[in-house]
Design a protein around this ligand. Structure first.
Ligand SMILES: [Fe+2]
Length: 438
């Protein structure tokens, strides 16, 4: 190649780089990870994860190949010294030809706040450790939906692991098992290093359904493996529940179960929201899978029906922030209600960008809607620190060539601090009463 041609190509590359530098070059999907078989004892705990289970309690969940392995947890505040022992329950399920291992669920507590505990499952090594959330603000959530189990998922998990978070929130689409039940097992092992150390609070997405008409009910695997505190929060279904941590009340809703005005979910949600004490929990957060405010072409308007029914209720209750997934991209909305900017509406955030095998949702509607503050089709995760009763700091971290790069951030003021809640009490009352008078 002649010297002149080389110089010309170099100049072209510089120009191309300068143009590309204006916009992040989005990475392609990464392949599903290989999980080599590793020998272990049948009674060894696998897929260990923990979740909040009512005030001062946490649920430890794990799986064993050994169907006679005991469902008990020993734990204490020092390594190797377990002063407490608790017996729990177990379950298992069959899905076509697949038979699950023994799935154990043990609730431990009462636990001290902001404390590291060391624990063993079924008396077997290894010893795990978890940290309980603080009693009061500040508290930090990490958030990533639509995780899957690809190279990008691993990148996202590595970044979350570097973040000093108290609770992980996953707004649906966990394993992308999609009827292949062993993928639930590999997903459980992939997230174990993080999910065994901090509470992981999840709600269901479409990939959890695995419904086969006349053959298999929906959510069989999800409900057996990822048991959430629904009974503790007065719900009759694992598909919707609430929890409180520090000064934050979180309602985890179901996009794939009934939500009409006469549904159990709607009735439970009315009851749950009416019990929220904003003196005790000044922040109110809602999370579900299908976003209501979405300017991406992907899954456009899929959330409309749920939005029509539940948006007035969340608005009247004074929900501060809504976190959704489903669209494989990131979008942060301004405070919005009924399609219009509203200083007393929630901030809606779509964060279905955990890294699954289906790749990113690249195409957006133009022009960008007035309510949309920031949107980008890249993998990543969010961090939400509730600093005090009036201010929270949101940041979104793109997986930039495997390095986490903070690419969007915003301070969010609570509705309680902006005078929005007083009138909302009356609106909530109207919404609660309306269905009964029709
Ligand atoms: Fe989804």
């Amino acid at each position: 190649m002649g010297q002149e041609l080389k110089l010309l190509l170099s100049a072209c590359l510089v120009i191309t780089s300068a143009v590309a530098g204006a916009e992040y070059v989005r990475p392609p999907p990464r392949r599903t990870l290989d999980f080599p078989w590793s020998p272990r004892r049948p009674s060894s705990p696998q897929q260990v994860h923990v979740s909040l289970a009512g005030k001062k309690h946490m649920r430890i969940s794990w799986v064993t190949d050994d169907k006679s392995a005991p469902s008990h947890v020993t734990y204490g505040k020092s390594p190797g010294r377990h002063d407490f022992a608790v017996e729990g329950l177990s379950t298992s399920y069959s899905y076509l030809l697949y038979k699950s291992g023994k799935i154990h669920h043990v609730v431990i507590g009462p636990l001290e706040y902001d404390m590291v505990y060391f624990y063993k499952c079924g008396g077997e090594d290894p010893e795990f450790q978890l940290k309980t959330p603080p009693a009061e603000l500040p508290v930090t959530f990490s958030i990533a939906g639509d995780l899957g189990q690809t190279g990008w998922t691993k990148s996202t998990l590595d970044h979350i692991n570097k973040c000093d978070y108290d609770v992980h929130l996953l707004p649906g689409d966990l394993a992308y098992a999609d009827y292949m039940q062993h993928w639930w097992d590999t997903f459980g092992n992939l997230v174990q290093p993080l999910a065994s150390a901090r509470p992981w609070m999840v709600t269901e997405g479409n990939h959890e359904q695995e419904f086969i008409p006349l053959v298999m009910d929906g959510f069989v695997s999800y409900n057996a493996r990822w048991k959430m505190p629904y009974k503790e929060s007065g719900s009759s279904s694992n598909l919707y529940y609430s929890f409180e941590v520090a000064g934050v009340h979180v309602v985890m809703l179901g996009s794939y179960t009934d939500f009409d005005m006469y549904s159990n979910q709607y009735r439970w949600l009315m009851k749950d929201l009416s019990k929220v004490n904003r003196q005790k929990t000044p922040w109110l957060v809602a999370s579900f899978h299908v976003p209501w405010y979405n300017s991406n072409f992907a899954h456009q308007r899929e959330g409309e029906e749920m939005m029509a029914t539940l948006e007035p209720l969340l608005y009247a209750a004074g929900v501060d922030i809504v976190l959704a997934g489903h669209v494989h991209a990131y979008e942060r909305a301004k405070r919005v209600y009924n399609g219009k900017l509203d200083p007393c509406g929630p901030v809606h955030i779509t964060i279905g960008d955990g890294g699954n095998r289906e790749g990113l949702a690249h195409r957006y509607h133009d022009p960008q809607p007035e309510w949309s503050a920031f949107r980008e089709a890249s993998f990543g995760h969010g961090e939400l620190e509730f600093v005090n009763s009036s201010h929270a700091f949101w940041s979104w971290h793109r997986n930039d060539d495997d390095e986490p790069m903070r690419s969007d951030h915003a301070w969010i003021s609570s509705l309680g601090s902006s005078g929005c809640l007083a009138g909302k009490r009356r609106e909530l009352w109207k919404v609660l009463v309306a269905p009964r008078s029709t």
